[in-house]
Design a binder for this molecule. Structure first.
Ligand SMILES: NC(=O)c1ccc[n+]([C@@H]2O[C@H](COP(=O)([O-])OP(=O)(O)OC[C@H]3O[C@@H](n4cnc5c(N)ncnc54)[C@H](OP(=O)(O)O)[C@@H]3O)[C@@H](O)[C@H]2O)c1
Length: 318
């Protein structure tokens, strides 16, 4: 019964499809129908297909595939490195890449959170993928170098994309005069110096893959304007913007894209939601993931070198 359902759905969809994109959707649809029917058959007491976790996951895959299948066709099976994957923006990008069937090396200090994320990505992916958990302290150059060795080994020297999300912000209330200079050092090492170090080492592999690779740095609106209170954060984000433009200039002719995304306030643990700010009005992490996908899937004749994202509405509570 199950096999017949899959076969019938597949044949109908293939007959209706007009393009490669439709064909991918046909497979998703047939797979989903198959599991919906099988799920019902296996749970006669409940009769609710949503009670079958596997069925539910595949149904979500199908819904996602309607909008993402054209992207999936391009990105599935590609090797990607994401820093700062344990939380916020990096975490959301990893989930998005999981849905698209991309292989990943996920980096951060919190190994336990990365392990949970890795399991989630395996479940989200429509096909078997590699998800390598690589605990890394971006404030420590030895840790970064050792992670580069691991990445090189697990991906056998072939990396297509690097998404630099790891970042910290020093104590908000500090003026330049009152700041703790050790705090500056940590912010600059994580956000700038070791991000540059990791990028330098991986960019060789990305360029050598000769496969339309991309490096995306998560900068900030603090990289284009300056206020007061977080001097090292401003310096690091101005630095990463300059570094991105510099690297773009250097490797653009080899076909590798380099982009810096500069968001305003994003709804993540980095921004305290207490007080006067409304998290629902901030940029959401999925908005940043969309911007990253735009870079990765943009035509070979264009590079979105700098993407500025601002909240649509003022983020203060009414
Ligand atoms: N949220 C915003 O409003 C906003 C706006 C503009 C730009 N950004 C930028 O977006 C990026 C991501 O921030 P987020 O908002 O997603 O913040 P988040 O939720 O706090 O995530 C920060 C990530 O960086 C990692 N990280 C911090 N220190 C690290 C270290 N020493 N070694 C390795 N990884 C480290 C954290 O992992 P572990 O703690 O597990 O190591 C975590 O995965 C940052 O570069 C940030 O500057 C954020």
């Amino acid at each position: 019964m199950c096999t017949k359902a899959f076969f019938c759905a597949f044949v109908i969809c293939v007959l209706l499809c007009k393009s490669e994109t439709d064909f991918v959707q046909a497979i998703f649809f047939a797979q989903t129908l198959w599991f919906v029917l099988c799920g019902k058959l296996k749970n006669p007491q409940s009769g609710h297909r949503s009670n079958n976790k596997h069925t539910q996951t595949l149904f979500i895959h199908f819904l996602m595939s309607s909008s993402l299948s054209h992207v999936a066709t391009n990105l599935a099976g590609r090797n990607c490195v994401i820093t700062g994957a344990s939380s916020g923006i990096g975490h959301c990008i990893a989930q998005t890449f999981g849905r698209l069937g991309m292989n990943m090396a996920i980096l951060a200090r919190s190994e336990d959170k990365l392990q949970v994320l890795a399991r989630e990505c395996h479940q989200l992916s429509p096909q078997p993928i590699q998800v390598h958990v690589i605990p890394t302290d971006m404030s420590d150059k030895q840790s970064v170098d050792s992670s580069v060795d691991t990445i090189t080994q697990v991906f056998d020297h072939k990396v297509h994309y690097l998404i630099n999300c790891a970042g910290v912000m020093e104590n908000r209330s500090c003026s330049v005069v009152e700041s703790d200079a050790d705090d500056w050092e940590n912010t600059l090492m994580v956000n700038l110096v070791n991000t540059m170090r990791l990028t330098q080492k991986l960019s060789r592999m990305i360029v050598e893959s000769k496969d339309q690779g991309a490096i995306v740095n998560i900068g900030s609106m603090s990289g284009t304007m300056v206020g007061s209170g977080v001097p090292a954060y401003y310096a690091s984000k101005h630095g990463i913007r300059a570094f991105s433009h510099n690297l773009y200039d250097e490797i653009r002719s080899q076909g590798t894209k380099v982009s810096v995304i500069e968001p305003g306030m994003v709804n993540t643990p980095m921004i305290s939601s207490s007080g006067t700010l409304d998290p629902s009005k901030m940029i959401q992490t999925s908005d940043i993931a969309d911007a990253v996908l735009y870079v990765l899937t943009s035509s070979p004749t264009v590079c979105p070198v700098e993407i500025v994202l601002r909240p649509q509405r003022p983020v203060r509570k009414d």
